[in-house]
Write a protein that binds this ligand. Sequence first.
Ligand code: ADP
Ligand code: MG
Length: 579
Amino acid sequence: MPKIHVLPEHVANQIAAGEVVERPAAVIKELVENSLDAGARRIEIEFREGGRSLLRVEDDGAGMSAEDAVLALERHATSKIAQAADLDRLTTFGFRGEALPSIASVSRFLLRTRPPESETGTEILVNGGKVVHVRECGKPVGTSIEVAHLFHPVPARRKFLKSDATESAHITQCVRLYALAHPRVAFTLIDDGRIVFRSPKCPSLAERVGEIFGRQLAEPLLPIDVGEPGLRLHGLIGRPGISRSNRHETITFVNGRPVDSRALNFSLAEGYQESIPKGRYPLAFVFFECDPAAVDVNVHPAKREVRFRSENTVRSFVVRSVLRTLRALGGGAAPAPAAVSAFALAESGAKFGEWAAPPALERRGAALAPASPPPPATSSPGSLPAAAPAWKLLGQAHGTYSVFETPAGLVLLDRKAAGERIWFERLQDQFRSGAVPSQRLLLPVPVELDPIASALLRDRREFLQAHGFEIGEFGGRFFRIQAVPAWMEPSEAEAFLRDLLGAMRDGQLGEKNLDLAREQLARLAAARAARPDALPGEAQIRRLLAELFATRSPLASPAGRPTFIEIPHHELARRFEKG
Ligand code: ADP
Ligand code: MG
């Protein structure tokens, strides 16, 4: 029989550390939260080598007495709750009393702290969970914690750390979130001795967003502030028409805590449904406030997720708030870009019954591989031509569609999707041949980026250069677009560059696989380059059809959407109830 024994304290702490501190950014999160809980007005965060060799958080908050400092390093020691019922009315970030002992168990941990009522400070050094010394020290009021050699005592965990650049990106993002949530606290972030940002106390959220994300991004944001009994949504949101290809700038807080909430993400997207294209994300820096008892933050040890007791109430409130704010702009939301309606129709088409999509489209992914041979022409519905089809043009509908009579029935062509397919293959050919025509801009476009995007841009500048861009650097996070690919509208240069950097942050356009990166670039570029005329002449439409059917995969856009759909005779007959 194996003998049961209670784990030594430092082993139990190391196990808890696995949950609370999975990576350096998680340590920063815990320490910054403690500083905020302690009422700090100024917080300085420094790290080296992605946090691997050093993490330091220093604040001017309430500090701790010698006695409290010793206690703070014990498990489940907290000044923030006393009984389970307190969990229902949390107003502080911390409450588990786990962070400090966990971190101290997997690092070399130096705590120095002094409360205002004491003349001297206390210094405690802990190594791998074992206290090395406790002694008096000179120290201004506040607390400073240095975490060195993170995960040294647990080499297995160290292996899971990603590159320094990745870990430092996580730390930066984490500090940004807390800085946004607390504009009135001064934040400084230092990476390997370099200041990433230094933001003094700001009078407003808008100021803080400008400090951290750049004025260019902050300027076109709209204030939102909607309250209903027990609920409030306030902050800044993007104007209609401004969108991102990823969610990095859809930032949400619940009762001051940065969270990733499906309910909030969904409802924000829903609120923007008429204002930005499908599949894109709104800009939002928003704070949702509700009764702390209506939200459960105790779902995950690192507290990233929250659960609402009544998710539907939250969702409908957020959608209403966004719609009300956007509509108050007057003139309603901007018209939906062509791609939205095309996709919407393709989807609603399915609701009508068996509208025949060409058979190859049933496997959506099939058309994605550009190198695949053209789909075989089939005889049912029987009108998939090998060359440009001689369909009879009936007219134009809803901006992006052309309607045709065909031998097998009726065809609706989505000129935007068709244009994307044509551009996708054209750009891929250019990329492969290495001859990418570029145009020099008369007026270079200035771009201010956040630290992560700046680093990505520096890393991938050569790749972009090889594909038609020329971007000059003006120190720190200031850049200038000097030349763009020939296909591009210069006015779209900045938005497109931001999309590319967003895609890179999501792991696309990576350095490892050049072919894949080019394909991803071509797909993003094609979506921009295809700009169908609202009122094309017949000759133009004929050329479009000829070019579409000369591509390797004419049936689908590079994103896998149909380029056209066909309603066959039998479907018409069925719908008109003819026998
Ligand atoms: P929790 O935050 O869940 O209470 P922690 O392990 O993070 O647990 O911290 C334990 C206790 O140490 C806190 O409750 C607080 O009293 C004290 N403490 C931690 N960091 C600071 C700080 N920067 N300033 C003042 N007190 C702190
Ligand atoms: Mg804490």
